[in-house]
Design a binder for this molecule. Structure first.
Ligand code: ATP
Ligand code: MG
Ligand code: MG
Length: 548
């Protein structure tokens, strides 16, 4: 039995189902504006809208909120569809607000005829000045009392392209003294001579968000229209249009948007990072976009899990990035095959191991998934281990390699450090060791107990690979709340590229495939990786070791 308590929107839906509202129907929509790629915040809205419909036997529309031709593009439409499906959700209908332009125009005409809308010739500045303040009422526009006939004629002229951009707007005639500023004769239509990615040059007037969204919901008979908190003050207007047009009474509900530490989540800011080349593109693995997270190695399950864990709240909050990282570790721990890769090599020579000999050492692919079996690690005379796993003058209780000390090489032998060979500049050239012949993993008869186990690769058999070590994109928790330009807070060390030495099994790594590099973290084969040039992105370290 699911013991998890319901969140407030589920409570509303269950109540509606109980009272037989909407004939027991649940139809939600996910309404992205195609002016950028989806980010993890959108994922929260996707999981909520699609998740609720799934839970209550309903369905979800994918509706592109494409009412602003200046910033929208089909590239974004395509990426959004791909990302929603990748997250694991299917929509019943793919719809576009622009498909309703004709219907919305008719709605506007209807409101004009009812004396509830008028054409205003005031400039944007004049309209703003007449708006008043939250504590003082606004003033009526001199055009507010135009006759229905005049308004109809002028609105038609606007549509026919007879008016200059900015010369006129259509406004709802509500109340210039309303305490809610959104009800002070809000704009419904503005003139824009811009080519729309779907309707081309058919229209030169475009509806405002407030006039398009609720009406689109009503046209589709959406039962629960879920949006983020900043739309609370828009709700009376949403309802005003629906009521005065006597159309399907969709209902708007608001939840807290997701904010994550060490990143930004507004498309406008993400677009700046892309355009100004602070990142390589929308799918740069440092970006909080779905495509960036995918390239970084995040799985759909980990993102859905994350959205589930953060829950649905009514108050804005800032979620710690480490929770998202916890979710991907948890998922990859079950799924990722284990491999050995030395990121910062130092050479080890096994002096009692014959030159040219290759000894296969079976090593488990994933202890969490025994059915994945073993692969073979070639053990040879010359090996690489990590620099940081050797210390010439170790402190007490140092269980890695040091002069005279023994360690186990994972899935292979116990070795003992006999000698350190230096370069002329006092740096270490190689470490000379002996191996204990009867200590092989799985058939160890040496009776020797060692505390440290190191990962390693054969120097002769290892494959040099490019490794991209990603860190947080920003240096501060909440770059948007800092003073000045948010880009001043970019982390200059968010990407470090190194060459690592990988065990031969990684030659087969396919783009998108994830691995645990033993003791180093989870890594994902980059989309640009080839058999000739393998590239791995660090998804996340094994433990939460961010310095505070
Ligand atoms: P941005 O400010 O990044 O441009 P937006 O809200 O304008 O975001 P839309 O494409 O209009 O972007 O968003 C589609 C849907 O996703 C909306 O219903 C919106 O409420 C929701 N959404 C956007 N950002 C977040 C977020 N950070 N957390 C939760 N939901 C979000
Ligand atoms: Mg929006
Ligand atoms: Mg926006």
């Amino acid at each position: 039995k699911d013991e998890k308590s319901l969140h407030f929107i589920e409570e509303i839906v269950e109540e509606d189902l109980k009272t037989g509202k909407n004939d027991g129907r649940v139809l939600t929509r996910f309404p992205p504006e195609p002016n950028g790629y989806l980010h993890i915040g959108h994922a929260k809205s996707i999981c909520l809208n699609f998740g609720m419909a799934q839970k209550y036997g309903g369905a979800t529309n994918l509706r592109f909120d494409d009412t602003n031709p200046a910033t929208e593009d089909v590239e974004y439409v395509d990426s959004i569809k791909y990302d929603v499906q990748w997250l694991g959700f299917n929509w019943v209908q793919e719809l576009y607000a622009s498909d309703y332009f004709g219907q919305l125009y008719q709605f506007a005409v209807e409101l004009i005829k009812k004396g509830l809308a008028y054409v205003d010739d005031s400039s944007a500045e004049e309209i703003a000045a007449m708006k008043g303040t939250p504590t003082e009422p606004g003033t009526d526009s001199p055009y507010r009392s135009r006759s229905v006939e005049e308004n109809l004629a002028l609105f038609e002229e606007m549509r026919q392209g007879k008016c200059a951009e900015g010369s006129r707007v259509l406004r709802a005639k509500i109340d210039m003294a309303a305490p809610n500023m959104h009800l002070r004769d809000p704009l419904m239509y503005r003139i824009k001579y811009a080519r729309h990615h779907r309707t081309g040059d058919t229209w030169c007037i475009y509806p405002m968000y407030d006039f398009a969204h609720g009406q689109s919901d009503a046209i589709e008979k959406i039962t629960h229209s879920i949006c983020t908190l900043e739309f609370i003050p828009h709700r009376p207007l949403y309802e005003w249009f629906i009521e005065n047009l006597s159309i399907f009474p969709s209902k708007q509900y608001e939840f807290a948007r997701l904010n994550l530490t060490y990143t930004v989540m507004s498309k406008r800011k993400l677009l700046q990072l892309v355009n100004e080349k602070h990142v390589s593109g929308w799918n740069d693995p440092r970006m909080p976009t779905i495509s960036g997270l995918r390239r970084r190695g995040y799985t759909p399950e980990s993102i859905r899990n994350f959205c589930d864990r953060i829950g649905i709240a009514k108050r804005d909050n800032l979620i710690d990035m480490s929770l998202l990282e916890f979710c991907i570790r948890e998922d990859l721990n079950k799924k990722a095959l284990r491999r050995m890769v030395v990121l910062d090599p130092i050479k080890v020579v096994i002096t009692n191991f014959p030159e040219g000999k290759v000894e296969p050492c079976p090593s488990e692919n994933n202890p969490e998934a025994p059915e994945t079996g073993n692969r073979e690690m070639p053990f040879t005379r010359e090996l690489y281990i990590e620099q940081e796993d050797f210390m010439e003058n170790p402190p007490k209780k140092y269980f890695r390699l040091a002069p005279g000390q023994m360690v186990r090489l994972k899935s292979a032998y116990i070795i003992k450090c006999e000698e350190v060979i230096k370069n002329s500049d006092d740096t270490i050239q190689e470490i000379r060791c002996t191996y204990i012949e009867n200590s092989k993993s799985g058939q160890d008869e040496s009776g020797i107990n060692v505390k440290g186990t190191l990962h390693w690769v054969s120097a002769a058999e290892a494959v040099p690979v490019e490794i991209r070590l990603y860190d947080r994109l920003f240096k501060v928790e909440d770059p948007s709340s800092e003073s000045g330009d948010f880009k001043e807070y970019l982390n200059p060390e968010s990407l470090t590229v190194i060459t690592g030495y990988a065990e031969p099994a990684l030659r087969e790594a396919q783009p998108g495939e994830s691995f645990q590099f033993l003791r180093k973290g989870y890594f994902c084969t980059d989309e640009e990786s080839t058999t000739e040039k393998l590239i791995f992105n660090r998804t996340v370290t094994l433990r939460d070791n961010w310095a505070k």
